[in-house]
Design a protein around this ligand. Structure first.
Ligand code: ATP
Length: 288
């Protein structure tokens, strides 16, 4: 196999709670992760020339070892003394620095692809062990679906699939670094925590209304006071019939859960026409 085409799927968090901070700066989290059908198209091609080469449709993204996908390929090439090389092409659709784990999804796709392409024989668990060295969300991006993530995000428990629903994603034009958001959270006294157990209960009962009602993200307490547009997008989603609306990850992407595609599209139209966000997508939850 000299060429592989892969879909690197993005994620949202149905719930995100932070339990504490570790000595090394990492945080202990309790998150409910959900894959959505918005993806970066990844093409991996085997090359005679050794090393990793990459290209992307986004001019501002690095295509050297600062790209997580390149680092993923190099990790396996070095470990297994592979003498050939790879070319990685990334057609990115997942918004960047948006709380949707785009970089981690690309890295996971490349770990999966290089393992297959060179017949390395690594199991899913072995890939996850390598993935966490690249980023806390990479193991989840390998597993995908509806999952409870604990520890720094690498302790994964698969859950019953989230019931079918439509997801409106809107990224306001704000640039935030995940590190900065967590640092600001550390400086706050957190009194309100999202009801993660309520979400788990809703999923176990296949009750999307219950899930939506319990959705919550502790990082909104940092982001909404600073960037009110996040709160405005949430309100617009609820006004247009979303069962629930929340910021994903460290933001700034906001998502709404809708029963119908039509309602989600109407929400998208209003968010765009009010100028709240330009990067807007209607998609659905994805479980394999
Ligand atoms: P998370 O939800 O895990 O916090 P994120 O959505 O906030 O992730 P990403 O889009 O994964 O953020 O990437 C953030 C940073 O990582 C960007 O500054 C970007 O330059 C860098 N990066 C490295 N590799 C990639 C990649 N393949 N795709 C996107 N960004 C990448």
């Amino acid at each position: 196999m000299d060429k592989m085409e892969l879909k690197a799927l993005g994620k949202i968090n149905l719930g995100l709670d932070v339990l504490g901070r570790r000595e090394n700066g990492y945080h202990d989290v309790r998150m409910v992760m959900q894959t959505v059908y918005l993806y970066d198209q990844i093409v991996i091609t085997k090359t005679k020339q050794p090393g990793v080469k990459a290209e992307t449709n986004l001019f501002y993204l690095p295509v050297d070892e600062n790209n997580l996908a390149c680092r993923a390929a190099k990790m396996l090439i070095d470990e297994f003394n592979i003498t050939e090389g790879v070319h990685i092409s990334m057609d990115k659709k997942i918004p960047v620095s948006a709380g949707m784990a785009g970089g981690s999804a690309d890295a996971a796709a490349v770990l999966f692809g290089v393992n297959k392409m060179f017949g390395l024989g690594l199991s899913m668990t072995e890939l996850e062990e390598r993935g966490v060295k690249l980023g806390a969300d990479v193991p989840y991006c390998l597993m995908r679906g509806t999952v409870l993530a604990e520890g720094i995000g690498e302790k994964l428990t698969p859950l019953l699939a989230c019931p079918k629903c439509f997801v409106l994603l809107a990224k306001p034009p704000i640039s935030v670094s995940t590190k900065m958001v967590y640092e600001k959270l550390d400086a706050l006294e957190i009194t309100e925590h999202p009801d993660i157990d309520g979400i788990l209960n809703g999923l176990a009962r296949k009750n999307i209304h219950k899930v939506a009602e319990c959705m919550g993200n502790v990082l909104e307490q940092v982001m909404i006071p600073e960037y009110p547009v996040i709160g405005e997008i949430k309100e617009m989603m609820l006004e247009t019939g979303a069962l629930g609306a929340m910021m994903s990850g460290s933001g700034p992407t906001v998502f709404g859960i809708y029963k119908t595609r039509g309602a989600a599209k109407e929400g998208a139209r209003k968010i765009k026409s009010r100028g709240l966000a330009r990067q807007v997508h209607v998609t659905n939850v994805h479980n394999v």
